[in-house]
Structure formats: structure tokens, C-alpha cells
Design a protein around this ligand. Structure first.
Ligand SMILES: [Zn+2]
Length: 97
């Protein structure tokens, strides 16, 4: 079963950070506090949309066919995703200021 990477705290809904990374081959563990990359902060569906979009060379026509949706619907999905990414980039930039 694929475990889903949690991105928000189940207790207070804040964004989670990466605190520990482990090497499974030698059991080395690295501890620290790292921000999740922007791509990982997107939902599973959004990540899949981006991967498909790249795989189809950015063709919304092919995306529409694959998702079995109309072209305008897929266009709207892309616009929403652009908004989400821009908002996230903006809030990430504000955090580091
Ligand atoms: Zn190792």
C-alpha cells in the first residue's frame, strides 16, 4: 500500500516540515528542519496533473483526452493550478523575508 506523505499537521493544520531523513542501506539518520519542496506541498491530484502535463508536452488536448474531460475544463484546472503555485510561491517568499 502506498503511504501518502502528510503535508499538514493533523492537530493544528499548520504546514509540516521534514525533520528526519534516513538511509535505508546503512541506517544513517539526518535530523534537521527542512521545508518541503513546493511540488510536494501540492495535492496528489495536482502533482499527477503536472506530471501528465509534462509527459504530454504541455498539450491540453491530450490532457483532456486522458482525463476524459472537455478542453475548457482542463484549461480551468491548469489556471487553478497556476494560481495555487503562484500563491504558494508568494507565501514561501514571505516566510523567508
Ligand atoms: Zn547510507
Amino acid at each position: 500500500m502506498d503511504k501518502k506523505l502528510p503535508i499538514t499537521c493533523p492537530s493544528c493544520q499548520s504546514e509540516l516540515n521534514v525533520q528526519s531523513l534516513a538511509c535505508e542501506s546503512c541506517d544513517t539518520t539526518i535530523n534537521g528542519s527542512y521545508d518541503l519542496p513546493l511540488l510536494l506541498k501540492l495535492t496528489q491530484e495536482e502533482q499527477e496533473f503536472i506530471l501528465d502535463f509534462v509527459r504530454f508536452s504541455g498539450s491540453l488536448k491530450k490532457m483532456a483526452k486522458k482525463l476524459n474531460l472537455s478542453y475548457p475544463t482542463v484549461r480551468n484546472m491548469l489556471d487553478d493550478l497556476i494560481d495555487t503555485i503562484e500563491t504558494r510561491q508568494q507565501s514561501d517568499a514571505d516566510e523567508t523575508d
